[in-house]
Design a protein around this ligand. Structure first.
Ligand code: ADP
Ligand code: MG
Length: 265
C-alpha cells in the first residue's frame, strides 16, 4: 500500500456519518448485537431445471457472515459459488431454506422490499466490473445513491473520498474506457461501499485482472476493511485472493466441504 493512500483512508474512517459500526438508529437498526452475523443462509437448496434434467446447485448450505470479516467462498467451477452469492445478494431466492440479513429471514419478502434492502444494505463487485461507460468514475460511484434518490454535497464528497482511498483521486473525471482493468475494479469497489452497506458481495472480482492489478485491488479492499469495518464475501478460486482473507469456506457439489479459519488473520 502506498503511503498516499493512508490519509484518504483515514478520512473515510473518520467520516462524520461514521463507519458501518457507529451509526445507531440508522442502517444497523436491526442488527441485535455487534458480533451477531451480518447475513447468512440456513439449509438452502437451489435447483435448476435444464430440459428434463435437474441441476441441484445448492444442497443444504448453512453459512454465517460475521461483521468485519473477509470471507472467501472457494470451490471448482459449477460448485455453486455464484448461486450462493446470488442468494445472499437477494438477487435470487432459494427453493428451500432461509436467507438472513441482520438476523431477519428475507427470502419470502416481496420483490420491492428486497430491492430496497439490496440497495440500502448490500454492495456488489462483479467479475466484469459493470461500470456505466458513459459516466465518469465519480458518477459511477454515485450511482447507487442516485438510485436511492439522495445525492447532495455530502454524498459527492464521500464518493470523492472513496475514489481517493482506492488510489484514483486523479481519475475522478475519467470514463471507464480510459482506465485499466485494475482501475475499473477499484472504481467498482468504491461504488460498492458508497452506501455504507453491511455487506459487499464480490463474485470472482479478480478473474479478469492480471497479477499486479489483483494485488492492488486486494490491498485496497484490505485497507478499506481495516479502516471502515466493511464486510466482504468473495467467490474465488484465486489463491492470491484467498491469501488475503480471514476465513475460507470450500464448496463442492453444492455442499460446504470445509471451513478454514484464519487464512490471513
Ligand atoms: P460456480 O459459480 O461455483 O461456478 P454456479 O453457482 O454458477 O457455480 O453453478 C452451480 C450449478 O448450477 C452449475 O451446475 C450450473 O450449471 C448450474 N446453474 C447455475 N445457474 C443456472 C441457471 N440460471 N440455469 C441453469 N443452471 C444453472
Ligand atoms: Mg460463478
Amino acid at each position: 500500500m502506498s503511503t498516499e493512500l493512508l490519509e484518504p483512508l483515514a478520512r473515510v474512517a473518520r467520516d462524520p456519518h461514521g463507519g458501518p459500526q457507529d451509526r445507531p438508529g440508522t442502517t444497523l437498526d436491526y442488527i441485535p448485537a455487534a458480533h451477531a452475523p451480518v447475513a447468512g443462509v440456513r439449509g438452502v437448496h437451489r435447483r435448476w431445471r435444464l430440459g428434463r434434467t435437474e441441476v441441484h446447485a445448492l444442497r443444504g448450505v448453512d453459512l454465517d457472515v460475521f461483521p468485519g470479516e473477509l470471507l472467501a467462498i472457494c470451490g471448482p467451477s459449477g460448485s455453486g459459488k455464484t448461486t450462493l452469492l446470488n442468494l445472499l445478494g437477494l438477487i435470487d431466492r432459494p427453493d428451500q431454506g432461509e436467507v438472513l440479513l441482520g438476523g431477519r429471514a428475507v427470502q419470502t419478502l416481496p420483490e420491492g422490499e428486497r430491492a430496497v434492502l439490496r440497495n440500502r444494505h448490500l454492495g456488489f463487485v462483479f467479475q466484469s466490473f459493470n461500470l456505466v461507460p458513459v459516466l465518469d468514475a465519480l458518477e459511477n460511484v454515485l450511482l447507487p445513491l442516485q438510485i436511492a434518490g439522495r445525492v447532495g454535497a455530502a454524498e459527492r464528497a464521500r464518493a470523492g473520498e472513496l475514489l481517493d482511498a482506492v488510489g484514483l483521486a486523479a481519475q475522478m473525471k475519467q470514463r471507464p474506457d480510459r482506465m485499466s482493468g485494475g482501475q475499473r475494479q477499484r472504481v467498482a469497489v468504491a461504488r460498492a461501499l458508497v452506501t455504507r452497506p453491511r455487506l459487499v458481495l464480490a463474485d470472482e472480482p479478480t478473474a479478469n485482472l492480471d497479477g499486479e492489478s489483483t494485488a492492488q485491488v486486494m490491498q485496497v479492499i484490505k485497507e478499506l476493511n481495516r479502516a471502515t469495518g466493511a464486510t466482504f464475501v468473495f467467490s474465488t478460486h484465486d489463491e492470491r485472493v484467498v491469501a488475503h482473507m480471514h476465513r475460507r469456506v470450500m464448496l463442492r457439489d453444492g455442499r460446504v466441504q470445509t471451513e478454514t479459519p484464519g487464512v490471513a488473520a
